[in-house]
Design a protein. Structure first.
Length: 150
């Protein structure tokens, strides 16, 4: 006689699967029985700080906003660059190596050091010279360009 294809392990797995299915069906029925009509929809309000809450916000904290004053989008890059580049700064040369063609300028307003290259010079400069310059974004930070002696 041939052996049955149904083993003990298969029987146990089938029992577990049927038991899980039955538990899931019972949970679903219990949730249906608990559900009260009209309670399925809940409201969420936004308070004056922008946080979500379940209570309605206080009407006295409401702000009136003019729709035309809202700007959608970001300013164009050209507008930002014009504002930054219009300023001519003054400073002094703290270090300059003419053989290598680079140096550093200290801004007199905020004492920041800016790198300068010989390609960004208008006049020849040396250490301790008073200069005027403009800033330009470089690979490793801001660079001094259009450097002139004062």
């Amino acid at each position: 006689m041939a052996k049955s294809q149904q083993t003990f392990n298969k029987n146990e797995k089938e029992k577990k699967r049927l038991k899980k299915r039955e538990e899931k069906r019972k949970k679903k029925e219990a949730k249906k029985a608990e559900k009260i009509p009209g309670q399925g929809i809940q409201f969420v309000y936004v308070d004056h700080n922008g946080n979500l809450t379940d209570t309605p916000p206080d009407p006295s904290m409401k702000l009136k906003v003019d729709a035309e004053s809202i700007v959608i989008g970001i300013p164009k890059r050209e507008d930002i660059e014009e504002e930054e580049q219009d300023t001519v700064r003054k400073g002094s040369v703290s270090f300059f190596d003419s053989s290598k063609g680079f140096g550093f300028i200290v801004d007199s307003a905020n004492q920041e050091k800016y790198f300068t290259h010989v390609s960004g010079l208008i006049d020849e400069i040396a250490e301790n010279d008073k200069v005027s310059f403009e800033l330009e974004k470089g690979l490793k930070g801001m660079n001094a360009v259009k450097v002139q002696k004062i």
